[in-house]
Design a protein. Sequence first.
Length: 168
Amino acid sequence: MVINMSETYVECLVARKSSPVLRFLKILLIMLTVVFVVIGAMYIPGLLIAIITGILAYVVTMKADLEYEYLYLDREISIDKVMAKSRRKKAGSFAIEKMEIFAPLNSHRLDSYKNRELKTLDYSSRIAAQPERRYMMVWNGDTKIILEPNEEMIRAVQSVAPRKVFTD
């Protein structure tokens, strides 16, 4: 964490757990691509199928190997998707001023938000650990954001909005 007189900077990287279906599909498509390249050496239609399965294998690999990078800077949390450690895409930017609450996923303080219809954005690893490391942020009254911040990021957000951040 870097603290300046006017701004705080914290970054955190969280790897998302890949689903078994995506891992299986990735391996299957790679194997099919290799098989059709060999077949394509003898028959042209096999090469066309190899190109299609190769493209599908690339897309599935990008979806299967996913990380989220959280960046807290000057009262704002920015989240980027990092796909296969090679491509980066902006997932969202959230101003702390519009945050209603920031608490652990299993906190009793979130009970009043359980029955509300909120749009859910999950930027966590999707792994339930003990103790719970995932946090829920209700933002702008209509969005529930699930994050897995480190201690530095929690302290940085808490220093800006102490009445909205809970660590219980």
